[in-house]
Design a protein around this ligand. Structure first.
Ligand SMILES: O=C(O)CCC(=O)C(=O)O
Ligand SMILES: [Fe+2]
Length: 200
C-alpha cells in the first residue's frame, strides 16, 4: 500500500508515460537523505563539449552504479562509483514503487534556482528503447516540464521534496524534458535519476 498518495498521475496524454507518485517518504526522511547526500556524494561540476567549447556547469553531478559503467554524453565520459547505503535504500524504494529494477543513478545538485537543465531526452543508446527512469527529488520544490518533439505540446508539474516521478514507455523517444531556471528559488535541490544501462 502507498501510504502517501493513492493516486498516481500520468502527465503525458500520448506517446509515453510520466507517472507522478507524489510524496514517497516523510519530510523527515527526505531531509535526512538530502543532508546525507549533500555531504557524502562525490559531487563534481559537470563538463561538456558543446559547439567545440569546453563548458563547466555550476550544477554538480555524480554517477553511481552496480559496476563501473561508463556514461558518455556531450563527448565527456564518467565512470560509475559504487553505491552508498543511502543510494541503495532510495534505489529499493524506487524499484518497489515503479515495479522496475535499476543498475545506475545519475545525481544532480542545483545550488539554487539559477541552475537548471536544458531541454533534452534521455535517449542514449546505452539506455535502450522504452527505458524506465525513476526520478526522486529532494530539497527545493522546482517546476519540471515536458515538450513533445513534433507537436511542441507542453505539460509541466511541480516536483516536491521527497517525491517520485517515473518516466517510461516511449517518453524519451517523443518528449523532451527540462528543469527551467527560476528567480524565485534560493534553496538547493538534489535530484536522483535511477536508470538501467543495457549495453556494457
Ligand atoms: O533534475 C531533474 O529533475 C531532471 C534531471 C534530468 O533530467 C536528468 O538528469 O536527465
Ligand atoms: Fe533527463
Amino acid at each position: 500500500m502507498d501510504l502517501f498518495q493513492s493516486e498516481i498521475i500520468n502527465l503525458l496524454p500520448y506517446d509515453g508515460e510520466a507517472n507522478y507518485h507524489g510524496l514517497v517518504m516523510t519530510p523527515e526522511q527526505a531531509r535526512h537523505y538530502f543532508d546525507v547526500l549533500l555531504r557524502d556524494i562525490e559531487w563534481k561540476n559537470d563538463e561538456a563539449i558543446i559547439f567545440n567549447k569546453h563548458i563547466i556547469t555550476k550544477r554538480k553531478v555524480a554517477w553511481y552504479g552496480d559496476r563501473q559503467f561508463a556514461y558518455t554524453y556531450s563527448k565527456t565520459t564518467k565512470l560509475a562509483l559504487p553505491w552508498t547505503q543511502e543510494l541503495l535504500e532510495l534505489k529499493l524504494l524506487a524499484e518497489r514503487l515503479s515495479g522496475a529494477t535499476y543498475n545506475s543513478c545519475l545525481l544532480n545538485l542545483y545550488h539554487d534556482g539559477s541552475e537548471g537543465m536544458a531541454w533534452h531526452s534521455d535517449d542514449e543508446q546505452s539506455l535502450g528503447p522504452n527505458t524506465v527512469i525513476a526520478s526522486i527529488s529532494l530539497g527545493a520544490t522546482r517546476k519540471f516540464a515536458f515538450k513533445h518533439k513534433r507537436s511542441k505540446e507542453t505539460h509541466s508539474l511541480i516536483l516536491e521534496h521527497g517525491s517520485l516521478l517515473v518516466m517510461q514507455g516511449a517518453t524519451q523517444t517523443h518528449w523532451l524534458h527540462r528543469l527551467p531556471p527560476t528567480t524565485t528559488v534560493s534553496q538547493a535541490r538534489v535530484n536522483l535519476t535511477f536508470r538501467t544501462i543495457i549495453d556494457q
